[in-house]
Design a protein around this ligand. Structure first.
Ligand code: SAM
Length: 277
């Protein structure tokens, strides 16, 4: 297996930044070597530098997609961060239930959903804690740029390691059925989540609605400041004026992002659009 040289690593960083706004630090060449081994074996006899060169040529669209997907960081798990459930269950959803009680609609977008644990956690939480929403029109849209991640998400099927990360036993018993060595979300709950391929730094679908809650968790941290700012401006337009934006536990927004903390003085990473932009 070849080592990645400096020129190829630079080309890879440029490609990832252009395609998905992933900003790879200079010292992560070893990561590229580990993640691209299999692809290089398949396409360029193990030569990673040749793989990157080939994937960068205009004609090699499919290979480029495979390479970008192989480099994406898909880490996720059920009910990630205790603040996730707490903020949704105790603050955002009760407030929105009150504000939307006439129209009885709720729109939620998991904007970088990886293999689906995040949107399915939202669907489970709604079912477990808000039975009064049964006759509401609830839309949970989940998107990612990665087709591989979305293919898995749509199956709603997870192995033992994934089931053991974050999922309470009572949720497992209630919402999953065992299927060989995997556990699959029951069809009614699976049908609540609509998966869609969206690259956050490309054009979004026409007529994409505004959302009451947008989950943009653990993705902004891989973006450059400029890409973050551009994305947040788009996200703000997609957030209902009285809606919420939820980030990952270690993420926060700069003041200029067009959002303010939803609970003043709170360290929970959720925000509302500010009145002034
Ligand atoms: C670390 S995972 C976070 C998953 C989930 N939100 C969570 O917090 O557990 C980051 C996800 O963002 C996706 N992603 C990265 N850049 C993206 C882009 N430009 N457009 C859409 N999805 C992107 C990756 O494919 C990956 O699935």
């Amino acid at each position: 297996m070849s080592c990645i040289n400096e020129q190829s690593y630079l080309a890879l960083c440029t490609l990832l930044s252009e395609q998905i706004a992933l900003s790879l630090p200079a010292d992560k060449a070893y990561l590229a070597e580990a993640r691209l081994q299999n692809l290089a074996r398949l396409h360029t006899r193990g030569d990673i530098n040749a793989l990157i060169e080939k994937a960068s040529t205009v004609a090699c669209n499919a290979l480029r997609t495979e390479l970008v997907e192989a480099m994406a960081i898909n880490e996720t798990y059920f009910f990630r961060d205790p603040m996730f459930s707490e903020s949704l269950r105790d603050v955002m959803l009760p407030a929105l239930l009150e504000r939307r009680k006439k129209q009885k609609t709720l729109r939620i977008w998991s904007a970088a959903c990886s293999t689906g644990q995040e949107p399915y956690s939202v669907a489970m939480l709604l079912e477990e804690h808000f039975p009064q929403l049964k006759d509401w029109d609830i839309q949970i849209i989940a998107s990612d740029f990665s087709r591989t991640a979305l293919d898995k998400a749509r199956t709603g099927s997870y192995g033992l390691n994934e089931m053991n990360r974050g999922l309470p036993a009572r949720s497992m018993a209630r919402h999953f059925e065992q299927n060989g060595l995997e556990w699959q979300i029951k069809p009614t709950l699976r049908a609540r989540v609509h998966f869609q391929q969206i690259n956050l730094v490309r054009e979004w679908p026409h007529g994409f609605p505004t959302f009451d809650i947008i989950l943009l968790r653990n993705v902004l941290l891989y973006f450059s400041l400029e890409d973050r700012q551009q994305l947040l401006a788009k996200i703000r337009k997609q957030t209902a004026a009285d809606g919420y934006l939820l980030l990952g536990a270690t993420e926060s927004l700069e003041k200029s992002a067009g959002f303010v903390p939803a609970v003043a003085g709170s360290h929970r990473p959720f925000y509302q659009p500010s009145l002034k932009v």
